[in-house]
Design a protein around this ligand. Structure first.
Ligand SMILES: *Cc1c(COP(=O)(O)O)cnc(C)c1O
Length: 235
């Protein structure tokens, strides 16, 4: 039996307030006067949560699987008021689908994907904001470009008329000090800004490590469970 939507909205409001407090405290501690953009990761949660979030003032949501994202985006009541960030590993054969609804793709990590997105966008007469996902784990396969190849990939993105390079994204690897990981990411971001000065976004930090990301200049935080809980724990 599902609980009333009003109870769900109150639960989300509480998680959101707590997370916004954490972000403000982290910014204050880091001596930052700017507040990063909060992207609420709605994966594994119902489309109705996106409407609750919108009503609570959230304009940015993140999804990581094409099939789920496509279905949910089609159901958002105020679609034009929500920026949809695709943050998951993206198979080349899903690029055309994602290019059709995403506003930002955070997970561009290889030349083939750049070409697939650009070709789809040309057909759709659309442009797309993208971030280069950087692998900080040193073990390829879980998504992200080797940091040493990030500049080359950035040049390829910049050369496309249909893609707009906004910056970099990374996930701190498990078992590694997130401060060290995000410091490394900040270095890669510096390098990319030499190729593309307007690529100023750093998408980093999740429920468990957003403070470290704030310390290292994150402009966008991707937070799921701290706000929405884990799907398995809800009725
Ligand atoms: C799920 C996910 C997040 C959010 O993680 P939480 O720990 O739930 O905050 C952020 N980034 C990516 C790429 C994700 O897949």
């Amino acid at each position: 039996m599902t609980r009333p939507e009003s109870a769900r909205r109150a639960e989300i409001a509480a998680g959101l307030a707590e997370t916004r407090d954490r972000i403000e405290n982290a910014c204050r501690a880091a001596g930052r006067s700017d507040i990063p953009t909060l992207i609420v990761v709605t994966k594994n949660q119902p489309a109705s949560d996106i409407d609750h979030l919108r009503a609570l003032g959230v304009g940015d949501i993140g999804e990581n699987r094409d099939q789920e994202a496509a279905a949910k985006v089609a159901q958002i009541a105020a679609r034009h008021e929500v920026t949809v960030h695709f943050i998951g590993q993206l198979q080349t054969n899903k690029a055309a689908s994602v290019a059709g609804y995403a506003d930002v793709v955070h997970s561009v990590d290889r030349p083939r994907l750049v070409r697939a997105l650009a070709a789809a966008l040309q057909r759709l007469h659309r442009r797309l904001d993208v971030l280069i996902q950087v692998d900080l784990s040193g073990s390829p396969g879980r998504g992200g470009v080797d940091p040493r190849q990030a500049d080359d990939l950035a040049e390829l993105v910049v050369a496309s008329d249909f893609l707009r390079l906004r910056g970099v994204m990374a996930v701190a690897p498990l078992g590694v000090d997130p401060d060290a990981a995000f410091a490394r990411l900040a270095g890669v971001a510096d390098g990319i800004r030499r190729v593309a000065p307007e690529a100023t976004w750093i998408s980093a930090g999740m429920s468990g490590d957003l403070e470290a990301a704030v310390r290292h200049g994150a402009t966008h935080l991707r937070v799921g469970t701290a706000i929405l809980g884990s799907r398995a724990h809800r009725g």
